[in-house]
Design a protein. Structure first.
Length: 478
């Protein structure tokens, strides 16, 4: 990505998610060795529900990782009934609270807890607030009720520290993007704190300072403040509350929004750039909001480039792709387009087929869902030859389009070397097909030259001009 602060932070946050997933796999292995709790709740994301703390630094970091955390202090007896009860409760509440376990006597004493009161459970809050200790025997129902009361935080501010545990949680979030200096912010946060206990089993309530973390809010598509949405991390989607002004966000409107989302009546947010006007150049600009119209619902074949303006490989492809578009401009039944993935969310239909940029997808007119990814050389000749192959396999829209594509080789230069390809994993036999076609064309050209009278001398420049004139005449006829 670009070497700028906000894109780098956004990229890092996604990499954190990948690292967490790797950590989950390691925790699974530790679980088999008895180092983490053994049981998991059905349907819960595969992650540890209890963190094992072994050093004082671990405790400090764990307490700072969220507004409130639950820490169980036990003896070294892993099979004690109290510890088992704590593990069961932690599984049941793992989506809403963070749990840790300490069984090292020396570490327990460094926390100022005498060993003779073990086992015991604490709720710790960062910021120096006094710990709250569970009183009475450790039993499931009593312990669960106590944790829900003492560890519950109605509204949590999102920071870099707790982003992973909160925003990436499997529990959906009611997220408010706010400007702390706006006069309506205080009232909005008060409403959210009042509503949070009513929906604590279904949603967590969060807010983000969109002035401090403006890049994250902007990247998600929230450009006006305040904004309210439901974020579903597992889907990597957000569902915005539609409103015209900040004073229209009321308690009643928020309740209605939550109920509408629960009933499936709220559309997910799709980031989309504004389509250019006019949009009639050789390359049709496709944005998220026009993808269905210009690609999926179009009666034409569509060759679409997914790119970003800052990508070096995209910049290298650009002159070749521009030349393809100009050569095929005006061809009936064909659209050459591009799609900026920096400014637009990828369409669901092909999101899995765009692992990086640049990516070229060919959407045949007869069945847009049967799109094909281009994996040949990033050159004008390579793309044209590949399009001809698509047509031969039945991908072409009409006989006019088929005739025209087969005539484009009149304007082809000498074959470009097969160096940089769209996909480094492309099979060698595919490269050889392109090379064989190029060699056949070279042999045909040599035979034609040998058949010419020896007294005539025609320069390569003249031949190229004749070919271009033939191609232009064919275009006008069509």
């Amino acid at each position: 990505g670009p070497w700028e602060a906000e894109p780098l932070v956004y990229w890092l946050l996604h990499r954190i998610d990948e690292i967490v997933e790797e950590g989950m796999e390691e925790e699974e292995q530790e679980e088999e060795e008895g180092e983490v709790a053994e049981e998991r709740i059905d349907g819960e994301e595969d992650r540890p529900s209890i963190f094992i703390l072994r050093e004082k630094e671990d405790v400090v970091g764990f307490v700072a990782s969220d507004e409130a955390v639950v820490v169980g202090l036990f003896t070294e007896d892993e099979k004690s009934a109290e510890r088992r009860e704590f593990e069961v409760v932690s599984h049941a509440l793992a989506l809403r609270f963070k749990f840790a376990l300490i069984s090292d006597p020396a570490l327990v004493q460094t926390l100022g807890v005498p060993l003779d009161i073990l086992p015991t459970i604490l709720v710790l809050r960062h910021g120096g607030e006094e710990a709250v200790r569970f009183q009475g025997p450790v039993a499931k129902e009593e312990l669960r009720d106590w944790i829900e009361k003492e560890a519950f935080v109605p509204l949590v501010e999102i920071t870099m520290t707790n982003f992973q545990s909160r925003v990436l949680s499997t529990m959906p979030s009611i997220m408010a993007f706010i400007d702390p200096d706006d006069s309506t912010t205080s009232d909005l946060l008060t409403i959210l704190r009042e509503l949070a206990p009513l929906y604590k089993d279904r949603f967590q309530f969060l807010f983000l300072n969109a002035i401090q973390y403006g890049g994250f809010a902007y990247q998600l598509g929230y450009h006006t403040l305040p904004s309210l949405c439901v974020m579903v991390a597992q889907e990597q989607n957000s569902y915005p509350m539609q409103h015209l002004a900040s004073d229209s966000i009321t308690r009643e409107s928020i309740v209605q929004f939550i109920e509408d989302f629960s009933a499936g009546r709220v559309a997910k947010l799709i980031r989309s750039a504004e389509p250019p006007v006019p949009n009639d150049g050789p390359i049709t600009v496709v944005v998220a909001n026009t993808f269905d119209e210009l690609v999926m619902e179009s009666e034409k074949d569509v060759l679409l480039e997914f790119y970003t303006p800052w990508c070096g490989h995209c910049q290298g492809l650009a002159p070749h792709y521009d030349r393809v578009a100009k050569a095929l401009e005006g061809v009936p039944g064909l659209t050459i387009g591009n799609f900026d993935v920096d400014e637009n969310d990828l369409p669901d239909v092909c999101a899995g087929a765009v692992p990086g940029v640049p990516t070229l997808l060919f959407f045949p007119a007869h069945d847009k869902n049967q799109y094909v990814q281009y994996d040949g050389p990033r050159t004008y000749a390579g793309i044209i030859l590949w399009l001809k192959q698509r047509v031969r396999q039945g991908g072409g829209h009409s006989r006019f389009w088929i005739k025209y594509v087969h005539s484009v080789d009149f304007a082809l230069p000498d074959p470009d070397p097969v160096e940089e390809t769209m996909n480094d994993d492309v099979e060698w036999d595919q490269k050889e097909e392109v090379e064989e076609e190029e060699e056949e064309e070279e042999e045909e050209e040599e035979e034609e030259e040998e058949a010419e009278p020896e007294t005539e001398t025609i320069t390569e420049e003249t031949i190229l001009r004749v070919r271009e004139a033939l191609a232009e005449a064919q275009r006008q006829v069509l």
